[in-house]
Design a binder for this molecule. Structure first.
Ligand code: SF4
Length: 428
């Protein structure tokens, strides 16, 4: 941030309270007119996942996502995408349901260790264990993705990563990648300046001790990255680093890193959902400006839907509303802008213009990594073979992948980009 944008800190705070917003009846009237419910009632309805979902007996992104994940689990640097559904289901049951999630439910949910972000919010989404905040994404990338299925081990690595100032998702994705390279003997401990090798043998996995070992290795790797130990200098980003060392190794190291490439050096580890939208060539990734539902959506349509999501998310971002309330906020807030300032159309138009201008700077690069292509291909296969998705285009895409997977992936990527462009270009 300092080097590229001259930003060393972001200070925020202070409150401007409009009189209208202090009057609950004003807000209730908006909600009654639209939903025939009071604000409290509608908000309770849409924030269930983040508070407590009775259907799955847990709450928060960590609890609800892991409870329903089953064969969609991503672990050991995405190696699970190559496993059978039975193997993935067994891994999910034995290591997640019976240990990782069980610990979370006993400690955090049953113990009612939860809090708000400071707003008077019914979602109480901050699911805690002492000082540790349990969100799905960081406890996924620095959890199962790194071969960690124990809360103590995951807390240790997450805390260290946080303390050292790394983004949790990208940090965890890179650690999982380095562990994979160590496990495959494509890199050595000496080259990375560390002492441990990963324990990623799933057949005899010791959920407590092996998780802790992998977390300690993760901490060592973080320190090695910061110290630029041995060959581990990420000063110009992991893509450049990988290009340099792939030449020396005569193998593309980044073929095992799942990431979205942007321009020459930009990269982002995707949100942790095994779906095509997670790898979409959107202008800003990592911020849910994309569709991550588990449905198969044809790529052109997927691109359009991702663009639509971006605009909806921009409504929330620009009005300072937490996205966990999006179930009502993104449709009601434009009307609120009308009610308060008589500017619904202007507001929506400004969002459209902003989205198209951000898109005009988009500089996506076709997936550079083999694992990205496998990530998409195996997602499509699973949709057909396990979910029996009847979408007629799904079979067409699978046939294309059978004929020529690289060409099929390229076409899928460009079709998605076309859909994005079709949706966002008219206001440019
Ligand atoms: S406003 Fe959002 S972040 Fe804050 S407690 Fe509510 S759901 Fe959580």
């Amino acid at each position: 941030m300092v080097r590229e944008h001259g930003i060393v800190a972001v200070i925020y705070g202070g409150t401007v309270v409009n009189e209208d917003f202090r009057d609950k009846q004003v807000a209730d009237e908006w909600f009654r007119n639209k939903y025939n419910l009071r604000l409290v009632e509608k908000d309770l309805e849409v924030t269930g996942k983040y508070r407590y979902d009775e259907k799955v007996g847990t709450g928060g992104t960590f609890g609800v996502n892991y409870a329903g994940m089953g064969g969609r689990i991503l672990a050991f640097n995405y190696r699970t995408i190559y496993q059978t559904e039975d193997e993935r289901m067994a891994l999910h049951q034995n290591l997640v349901i019976e240990h990782y999630l069980k610990q979370f439910n006993e400690e955090t949910i049953t113990g009612k260790q939860q809090a708000t972000c400071g707003e008077p919010c019914m979602a109480v989404c901050k699911k805690m264990n002492g000082i540790y905040k349990k969100d799905y994404e960081p406890y996924q990338t620095m959890g199962p993705l790194c071969g960690i299925f124990d809360q103590r081990a995951a807390e240790k690595l997450n805390h260290h990563c946080d303390a050292m100032g790394f983004d949790a998702i990208s940090g965890g994705g890179v650690l999982a990648w380095l562990m994979d390279l160590l496990d495959e003997k494509l890199l050595t401990r000496e080259e990375l300046g560390i002492t441990k090798l990963p324990r990623w043998d799933t057949t005899n996995f010791d959920v407590i001790n092996d998780s802790l070992h992998n977390a300690e290795l993760g901490c060592e790797l973080i320190d090695a990255i910061l110290e630029r130990s041995s060959i581990l200098d990420f000063g110009e980003g992991v893509r450049k680093w990988s290009r340099i060392h792939s030449r020396e190794k005569e193998t593309a190291l980044h073929d095992r890193l799942v990431y979205i490439a942007f321009s020459r050096r930009g990269w982002m580890v995707p949100n942790q959902y095994w779906v095509a939208g997670a790898l979409a060539p959107m202008t800003i990734m990592g911020k849910y400006y994309m569709v991550y539902s588990n449905d198969f959506i044809s790529p052109r349509e997927l691109g359009k839907k991702c663009a639509e999501r971006m605009k909806k998310e921009l409504i929330l971002d620009n009005l300072g509303i937490c996205r966990f309330h999006r179930g009502w906020a993104e449709e009601l807030l434009p009307e609120v802008m009308g009610s308060l300032y008589n500017c619904t159309d202007q507001f929506l138009r400004a969002i459209d213009v902003l989205a198209s201008r951000l898109n005009s700077r988009n500089s996506p690069v076709f997936w550079e990594s083999e694992r990205n292509i496998d990530y998409l291909h195996t997602f499509l296969k699973r949709k057909k073979e396990i979910d029996n998705d009847p979408h007629p285009e799904l079979s067409v895409w699978l046939e294309k992948f059978e004929r020529d997977r690289l060409e099929a992936a390229r076409e899928f990527w460009y079709e998605t980009l076309k859909g994005i462009d079709e949706n966002l270009r008219e206001f440019f």
